[in-house]
Design a protein around this ligand. Structure first.
Ligand code: ZN
Length: 77
C-alpha cells in the first residue's frame, strides 16, 4: 500500500514553565509563564521551529497571553 503523506502538522509544546502572577479567565486557576515551542512538521520531519513565550493556565492549559519575540537570537544573559 502506498502511503502518500501530505500531512503538515503543527505541534505546540511547553518546554518549561514558571509560576506567574495572574489567574486564568476561564477557570480561575493559576497562570504560569511558559516557554513554548511550535514545531511545524511535514511528513513527521520538522521543517520549521519557533520558540515563544506565553502565559498559560496550569490548570486547564488555556493560552492567556502570548509573546512572540521578534528578536534574532537570544542575546540576553
Ligand atoms: Zn484555566
Amino acid at each position: 500500500m502506498v502511503f502518500f503523506c501530505f500531512l503538515v502538522d503543527t505541534r505546540k509544546m511547553v518546554r518549561s514553565s514558571k509560576p506567574a502572577a495572574g489567574i486564568c479567565s476561564r477557570c480561575g486557576g493559576g497562570a504560569s509563564v511558559a516557554d513554548m515551542e511550535t514545531a511545524t512538521r511535514f511528513c513527521y520531519v520538522p521543517i520549521y521551529r519557533r520558540t515563544w513565550r506565553a502565559i498559560i493556565c496550569t490548570f486547564c492549559g488555556a493560552l492567556l497571553k502570548s509573546y512572540y519575540s521578534r528578536r534574532r537570537g537570544d542575546g540576553r544573559r
